[in-house]
Write a protein that binds this ligand. Structure first.
Ligand code: CP
Length: 301
């Protein structure tokens, strides 16, 4: 496959290859000289039609650590605002001799559409509520780093499952590696198609925390909700918010993850997010090595 559109398309051995390669790149970027020449003379465009902090910076750093030439595009401030289409925008960027496109878009399926129309490699940096493959890969890398393996582990994904691309990519990625997955949240935020993937379901956050080895906590995505504020943020935080005390009270330690951005005081209290249970900033650190691995491996194809 010349593209990374979703984890659904990957085999277990593809995932292991990416994670193993990321492990090697993590060693490289912890050295005093962080740069390798692997993608010299490769030009990569980061094309972001939706806001991002972590993913965008992480891809840019990964590309620069691999010695690629990098151009960045945001829809805001571009000719998209004058009515230019996605395909015209990307083809105009490609006319400047770009080899790879990393794209974030609000429409599920937008990266898949691009793969049908352009010759460059396409990497999905998050497409609407569909997939966020590099987030799932960095989450698995972080679990493996912390717990030794993903296989056999119990992972609870807690929060707004309906509007989360992180949830779907994580479910595919974790199940392919032999983990048990539970989704936990209000009934209104767990869709039937997710239940059909063979995950456990809970509406009780304390039960989910007691069951799991890892809690991957997601924010409520108000910007994607059709029915606003149901449940309200206050209700959500009352019934599903996780505090440090809840984690401290468990019989055994669990690992706390969050893809960011955190809505402090809603899905996590600050003392939980900043506690010793949390590997949230390790996830961010690992994102650079994982994205280096993805770009490096795609460039070999
Ligand atoms: N985790 C994640 O995708 O964060 P950003 O939206 O800031 O890129």
């Amino acid at each position: 496959v010349r593209h990374l559109v979703g984890i659904k398309d990957l085999t277990e051995s593809d995932i292991q290859l990416i994670l193993d390669t990321a492990g090697q790149f993590k060693e490289v970027i912890n050295r005093p000289i962080k740069k390798v020449p692997s993608l010299r003379d490769v030009t990569i465009a980061n094309v972001f039609f939706e806001n991002s902090t972590r993913t965008r910076l992480s891809f840019e750093l990964a590309e620069k650590r691999l010695s690629a030439d990098v151009v960045n595009f945001s829809a805001s401030g571009s000719s998209v605002k004058k009515g230019e289409t996605l395909l015209d925008t990307v083809n105009n960027i490609l006319a400047m001799k770009v080899d790879m496109v990393v794209m974030r878009h609000s429409s599920p399926g937008a990266p898949h559409y691009l793969t049908k129309h352009i010759k460059a490699n396409v990497v999905n940096a998050g497409d609407g509520t569909h997939e966020h493959p590099t987030q799932a890969l960095l989450d698995s890398f972080s679990i493996r780093e912390k717990l030794g393996d993903v296989a056999g582990k119990r992972i609870a994904i807690i929060g707004d499952i309906t509007h989360s691309r992180v949830a779907l990519s994580n479910i595919f990625c974790l199940q392919k590696q032999g983990a048990e997955v539970m989704v936990c949240g209000p009934k209104t935020l767990i869709p039937k198609y997710i239940v059909a993937l063979g995950v456990k379901v809970s509406h009780d956050v304390r039960a989910a925390l007691a069951w799991c080895d890892v809690a991957n906590v997601l924010r409520i995505q108000l910007e994607r909700q059709q029915i606003k504020y149901f449940p309200s943020l206050r209700e959500y935080s009352l019934y599903f918010g996780i505090s440090k005390q809840m984690l401290d009270d468990l019989d055994r330690p669990i690992v706390l993850m969050h893809p960011g951005p955190i809505n402090r005081g809603v899905e996590l209290t600050s003392d939980a997010a900043d506690s010793s249970h949390s590997i949230i900033l390790d996830q961010v650190e690992n994102g650079v090595a994982v994205r280096m691995a993805v770009l490096y491996l795609l460039a070999q194809l």
